[in-house]
Structure formats: structure tokens, C-alpha cells
Design a protein around this ligand. Structure first.
Ligand code: PHE
Length: 373
């Protein structure tokens, strides 16, 4: 009698033999070693360690094996998978470090590089001073008014009591536009804004108007065919010359500091009566007219050229004829007006010697005013 068959329990099952499992493992390890970046490694992980990889499929097959073979194959496949997973983790760590290093190199920001080589625009000192002057009046409750640079002749002259045959009409050298019969000029002063304001609103009127004006002047150290003025106009009941002086003193104190000394010098403007020129005591020589440096080449003060006073602009009580021309009842209302050169004020306030530097756009000029560019 033959001995009973021992149960069929081969140790080695062909598809999961040592050689095959080692081959799968080695192939996986080689692929892992060959992966040069994280993306490639991800691919290798799916191909060699995923459910559908040779080792993954082998692992699934184990369950169907007879006990002894199952144990052996399980151990082999398990070890192989362990080795592959370990290699994957190690390679992953290496590639992560490499990727980070690469990123640090390629995305480096050199914080020492200059970032401000391209200058940004900034506001011009004239703009800043115009706004500053306007602010002084706005703080007193005045409004800012504006008018066009290209103006009707009637508003620039006639409404302001400068009739066609008025000798004062030639006081200002006018740019006329063509055709002449249109009677359009480049405004020679900001005073037409007075007329525009009175024609469009009712008193009480408290307005200030900074802006550009044009005259056929030569371009030199003290003249320019385009320059800036600031106009002021008040029309209300009971307004006198004293209100004018008080307002201007206030403005000049705000611009030049406490204790500025001003004076009114009789003058003539067709649109004001009485009229005055407003002078400011020279704040460099304080009225002496002398250069405070005794060794200086020029003995006289350079700011006021020895005058002791600086002429700022014209002003006066609004001529009743102007009120009438602009539809304001001169029996009920009175007013005052003034017009100052902003460029001149800037020059005096900051010791600018040549008017042209105001217009030439050299940023070194603006920088001297603390403009950050
Ligand atoms: N418009 C005058 C000028 O340009 C200045 C001025 C304005 C004078 C208002 C009196 C009143 O010179």
C-alpha cells in the first residue's frame, strides 16, 4: 500500500519564483535610481509599486497559493516590496531636497538690487505751491474757481473795464488766436475768472483761482510767455479794503511765516478802484536792502536787489463798473480782488534765481524742493 499522498505543497510557484520576484524588485530599484525629478518618481511609483505594478499583482496572487508556497512567496514579495518602498522613500527625500535647492537658486530675489532706477513722476513745485496757496483760502471757507486758458476777449478785457480803446489794454501783451474776428485770446491774467464767477453765481462770493496765464514776453531769467497767477475775489455786503489787507496778510503769513511785513503801494488797474500793489518786506535782508554777508561781491541783497521790498502782485476794491458788467448790484455789494504771480512767489520763497529753471523740467530742480522721485 502506498503511503498516502502528501498534500500538494510546492515551495516554489513558478510565477512568483525567487528569480522573478528579484527581477521585479531590481527593475523597480533601477527605475527609482533613474528618476531624476519628483514627477518622474511619481510615475515610477505607479509603475513599480502601485496595485497594477508587477509586484502589486504578485502580491494579489499570493492569497491563491497553497500554504507553504504562500508563506515563501509572501515573504519574498513582501521583502521585495519593502525594499522598493524604502528606495522610493529615500529617492523621494533626495529629490525633494534637490527640488528645493533648485527653487532657491532659480527663484532667488536679490534684495540688494536697486529697485528705483526708473524714476516715478512727482508733482512740480509750482503745482505744490498753487495748491498750498489755495489751501490757505479753502481753510477760510473760500472755494477754488477755474476758467479756460483760451478765453473770450470780452471776459479777459471788456468785462473788467478794459474797453477796446482803453490805454491799459496795451499794458498786457496779448496772444490773439486766429481768426481775429472770433475775439478769442490766451488769457493774459486770471482775472477773467472773476467775471465768469460773478456771471454764474450770486454773492456772497469767496473764490480763489490759481492758473496759467500767457503774455508775449521774451523768455529770460525773469520773464516767460507762460506763467502762473493766483486770483482772489470776494463779493459780499460791507467788504472793504481792510478785508483785503487782512486776507493777504493771512496768506503771506501762512506762506512766509509769522511776522511778515507787508505794504500797499498805490497803483492802477481798470478793474479795481482804489488799486494797490502789495509788497512784502524782503525776508532775506529784512528791508535793509543789504547783503548780510559783508564780504559778498554784491553789497546789495540779491533777493530784493537792494529794494528792501518784494513786489507780489496787484489788488484793490472791485470797480463798481465791473460789478455792473457782471450783473452784481454795486449799491448792495462791494468786493475786493487780487492777482499774484505764483512763479515769483516761488522764486522769492526758495531763492530761485532764474525763472527758466521753473519751466525746464530738470528733476534736480524739483528734488531741491523735497520732491521724492
Ligand atoms: N490781473 C492783474 C495782473 O495781471 C492783477 C490784479 C488782479 C490786480 C486783481 C487787481 C486785482 O496784473
Amino acid at each position: 500500500m502506498s503511503a498516502p499522498n502528501s498534500s500538494f505543497d510546492p515551495k516554489q510557484v513558478a510565477p512568483l519564483g525567487e528569480e522573478q520576484v528579484f527581477a521585479m524588485r531590481d527593475e523597480a530599484l533601477a527605475a527609482i535610481a533613474a528618476a531624476t525629478d519628483l514627477e518622474a518618481l511619481k510615475q515610477v511609483r505607479t509603475e513599480h509599486a502601485g496595485d497594477r505594478s508587477p509586484l502589486g499583482l504578485a502580491n494579489r496572487e499570493i492569497g491563491a497559493l497553497p500554504p507553504q508556497a504562500k508563506k515563501d512567496a509572501g515573504m519574498r514579495v513582501g521583502q521585495a516590496r519593502g525594499a522598493v518602498n524604502q528606495a522610493l522613500a529615500a529617492r523621494q527625500a533626495v529629490l525633494e531636497v534637490e527640488a528645493e535647492e533648485r527653487m532657491l537658486v532659480t527663484e532667488t530675489v536679490d534684495v540688494t538690487l536697486p529697485w528705483d532706477r526708473t524714476p516715478r513722476g512727482a508733482r512740480h513745485p509750482i503745482t505744490m505751491l498753487s495748491e498750498r496757496i489755495a489751501d490757505v483760502f479753502v481753510a477760510m471757507g473760500w472755494e477754488v474757481a477755474e476758467g479756460p486758458l483760451v478765453e473770450a476777449e470780452w471776459l479777459n478785457f471788456d468785462a473788467l473795464n478794459l474797453g477796446a480803446d482803453h490805454p491799459a489794454r496795451t499794458m498786457q501783451d496779448t496772444f490773439w488766436t486766429e481768426p481775429a474776428e472770433n475775439h478769442v485770446v490766451l488769457r493774459t491774467h486770471t482775472s477773467p475768472v472773476q467775471a465768469r464767477t460773478m456771471l454764474t453765481r450770486k454773492p456772497p462770493i469767496y473764490v480763489v483761482c490759481p492758473g496759467r496765464v500767457f503774455r508775449t514776453d521774451e523768455y529770460d531769467a525773469t520773464h516767460s510767455p507762460m506763467f502762473h497767477q493766483v486770483e482772489g475775489l470776494v463779493v459780499d455786503e460791507g467788504i472793504t479794503m481792510a478785508h483785503l489787507k487782512g486776507s493777504l496778510d493771512h496768506m503771506l503769513q501762512a506762506l512766509f511765516g509769522e511776522g511778515v511785513v507787508t505794504r500797499f503801494r498805490p497803483s492802477y488797474f481798470p478793474f479795481t478802484e482804489p488799486s494797490a500793489e502789495m509788497d512784502l518786506v524782503c525776508f532775506v535782508c529784512r528791508g535793509t536792502g543789504l547783503n548780510d554777508d559783508p564780504d559778498a561781491e554784491v553789497p546789495t541783497c540779491r533777493t530784493c536787489r537792494g529794494e528792501g521790498w518784494i513786489e507780489l502782485g496787484g489788488c484793490g476794491v472791485v470797480n463798481p463798473r465791473v460789478l455792473t458788467a457782471c450783473g452784481v448790484d454795486p449799491e448792495r455789494y462791494t468786493g475786493f480782488a487780487f492777482g499774484f504771480g505764483i512763479d515769483r512767489t516761488l522764486m522769492f520763497r526758495h531763492g530761485v534765481e532764474d525763472l527758466r529753471s521753473v519751466f525746464e523740467g530738470d528733476i534736480r530742480f524739483s528734488r531741491a524742493f523735497g520732491t521724492e522721485i
